[in-house]
Design a binder for this molecule. Structure first.
Ligand code: ZN
Length: 135
């Protein structure tokens, strides 16, 4: 793992939470992006070296809607940047972490992403990510 890349926070109302976090952090979001694979709209803030990713559900079947239904709003995942997501996933598998998606998928912010199940990580959903190399 290279570093903590961002913290994902599940929110009900993206407009309201963008305004709240803009006030809290003293900076505006730099990007809004829909991630079809996760059925979410994301909004990104940069604070120092770390990003905050607000996540709001596009529809009620998606993982964020289910998360909020079960646990309410709040921290949803921690995302760690990797040098090679494939290599990191192989290693995490050998170390007996439970991998949700072995094949990395397209995430927000030009990243490939995979998740480790919170069952194997003390209740914290862990995202592994790697910057996509643009051709
Ligand atoms: Zn994320």
């Amino acid at each position: 793992m290279k570093k903590l890349e961002h913290i994902g926070i599940a929110v009900k109302n993206l407009e309201e939470s963008e305004a709240l976090f803009a006030k809290l952090l003293g900076t505006k979001p730099y990007k809004r992006e829909i991630v079809e694979s996760e059925q979410v709209t994301t909004s990104f803030f940069k604070i120092g070296d770390i990003k905050i990713e607000l996540l709001s559900a596009i529809n009620e079947q998606g993982p964020i809607a289910k998360f909020i239904e079960k646990k309410g709003e709040g921290i949803h995942h921690l995302a760690f940047e990797t040098e090679s997501i494939i290599h990191e996933l192989e290693q995490k598998k050998e170390e007996l972490f439970e991998i949700i998606n072995q094949d990395p998928k397209d995430g927000a912010d030009n990243k490939l992403i995979s998740f480790l199940h919170p069952r194997s990580t003390n209740g914290v959903l862990i995202e592994l990510c790697q910057e996509k190399i643009n051709p």
